[in-house]
Design a binder for this molecule. Sequence first.
Ligand code: PLP
Length: 410
Amino acid sequence: MSISQLARSIAESPTLALNEEARLLRERGEPVINMSIGEPRNKAPIGAILSSAAKLTSGDVKYTPADGTPSLKKAILRYMEENYDKVAAPENVIISAGAKQSIYNVLFTLLNPQDEVIILAPYWVSYPEMVKMCFGIPVIVTPEDGSFHPRMEEIERAVSSYTKAIIVNSPNNPSGCVFSDEFIAQIVDFCERKKIYLIMDDIYHKLVFDGLKPAPAYRFTNKDLESSMVIVVNGVSKLYGMTGFRIGWVVANRKLVEIMTNIQAQTTSCTSVILQAAAEGALNGLQSIVESLRMTFQNNRDIVVQELASLNGVRVTKPSGTFYVLPDFRAYCPSSIASNSVELSKFLLKKALVVTVPGKEFGMEGHLRLSFSGSVKDILVGIERIKWALDPLAPNEIYIGDRKLIRDWL
Ligand code: PLP
């Protein structure tokens, strides 16, 4: 069978693959704790359910304009005004099947073959693969000080005449780090001066803790939407726990939106009218759902950080947002597996039935990404099991489900 070289070079999504593995194990009755989950566990907001149900029962389920329904666009424009203090026009907005497709469309629209896109490690697993799918070259910039916060000098050093865009994701998946306003101001200024597109992946932007109020990138430019290099990506997946509805959007200059609309029209025509109605219902409905998710995650963050502190040697950077933490296991594990996060993750799944995501997938070897979007019980049991599997000082017997397991490998 002849398959394109490019298609073959694209890696499987490790997070989706791990979720599937966890699901299969659970189906077989195994008491798996899934700490790899990238989604809140809430039920969809009632506004979203009612609005999509009304559309469905109307029976009027047809194509929509390729860039989205006028009424969802209107809700997004209001969201922009309320949350970004930015007035945009319907022509500045395109709605896609999740922020994932939004980002892919942006990259497809911007990149010529061999153009470079700067990606800041730790990064969301899909960025490098998407850049490659658009014949671009991902250029990874990893903070030299071992932190999760990017530094402008390091980014500037990675910029070349081929640099077309920089992707910034704050609050960050996988580290939970919220980048400082000072850094965002610097990078906006740099991109505006150098004419490099700044793709702000804001998908977690309201999931921030401890009273933080990060400023949107627009605050640091005096250019209007038509001349600014800032592109904003957002969606309902994480803030409203509506991952299955697959609605995301881009706010950018009209020209870019027009070209993206042509691309989307030729690939997917439009996103489902029912799901667009759901997103509209969420944006126009009660916003307390977002705050309640945020508070749950902040509480879970406190628990996960406290529990991880009992793993002597594990280095934890306290997340300021999202529902992920990215502990460094290199100084903790007694065996060589710690430096190979894929092996470490497999080991924990096999021995302790805990699903984690290897840091290698995010450009951070030696780390594991743990999601704290699950229940408090899952967090407590998950970390207890990790400790049992790796720490010679932990009691060497544990109950996993109704099985008593004895650790015989340390
Ligand atoms: N950007 C980041 C940083 C993410 O973590 C995710 C999902 O995990 C997405 C984008 C995609 O979100 P959506 O479900 O809207 O496609």
